[in-house]
Design a protein around this ligand. Sequence first.
Ligand SMILES: Nc1ncnc2c1ncn2[C@@H]1O[C@H](COP(=O)(O)OP(=O)(O)O)[C@@H](O)[C@H]1O
Ligand SMILES: [Mg+2]
Length: 349
Amino acid sequence: MSHAESIVENLTTAVVVADAALRLQAVNPAGEMLFELSAKQMVGQQLERLWPQTTPLAGLFADTLQTAHSFTRRGLPLPLPGREVIVDMTVTAMLAGAPGTCGAALLLELNQVDRLRRLAQEEELVDRHLAQRAVVRGLAHEIKNPLGGLRGAAQLLERKLSETEREYTRIIIREADRLQGLVDRLAGPTRPYLQAQVNIHQILEHVRSLILAEVGEGIVLRRDYDPSIPEFPGDPDQLVQAALNLVRNAVQAPSRTVILRSRIERQFTIGQRRHKLVLRAEVEDDGPGVPPALRDTLFYPMVTGHAAGTGLGLSIAQDIARRHGGLIEYTSRPSRTVFTLFLPLRPEL
Ligand SMILES: Nc1ncnc2c1ncn2[C@@H]1O[C@H](COP(=O)(O)OP(=O)(O)O)[C@@H](O)[C@H]1O
Ligand SMILES: [Mg+2]
């Protein structure tokens, strides 16, 4: 590979070259990642086949070839199968005879901007999450101590009471136990992170069977897995818990179809760290979407949109993701909500 080629290979900008007939001639790895297709699958395809819904662009491409005026579109929605990304796109004509080109050609540079915007938000999310976990853990600790005393005292008292009066101490004990359980869940997993080799599909399949047992026939749980995803170090029980919380929410949204998806991202940044290989596990549902009032505080504990909710599911799931060096993000609109768990496949914790 020449030096110039290796630069194009390593760009984070997706570069696509098309010929005068708007057939794709070449694409770099960033382009493969953006379209989630290999160069092999794309080369030779008509440009508009890649993103059919933006066919009106075909006219602009043709104009660019004719006039050799390049153009840039910012914030262009790019509807891809199963997802939509926002890109800045610059289209340049490389005219016949230009050195290194054979015939007229189009050069497309695509930058996924929603990912950049998300990155800034992500850092804030991580900061807020860490601060908030510290407060919650402290609070949980402060509640647990007196709670133990309260329960013990009720047990002692119980012995001195008649059978009918014991109903009261039983209430105290039962409620203390309930509160203890709540506080334990609030504090999140406290046992040390247990490291094993994790197969993400085993985790997702386990969660799938748990959910099917819970809700039965009322819901369609589809899978869309990339079977080539390697195992990675992690705590299987905690990851089941995190995925379960996400899938349960999707089912409770309520929705009719939930899709469990797995993909690999290359050269992906989580928080401040750039990783070579990152697992992207998604839970997509067709429910009504996250209530707008909750969007900014969704991952906080006790934030819930359900009357009987505890608002702990997402907070705990996010905590588990953080323990694995990962992160949970989401996008939501009516009939399409996606919660995405990013986990580094070779974490440095
Ligand atoms: N897939 C989803 N679709 C719509 N709303 C969601 C989804 N996931 C989470 N939410 C919203 O986020 C809130 C918080 O979720 P969570 O932390 O799991 O707590 P809980 O489920 O106990 O309410 C939910 O009550 C719901 O309003
Ligand atoms: Mg929940």
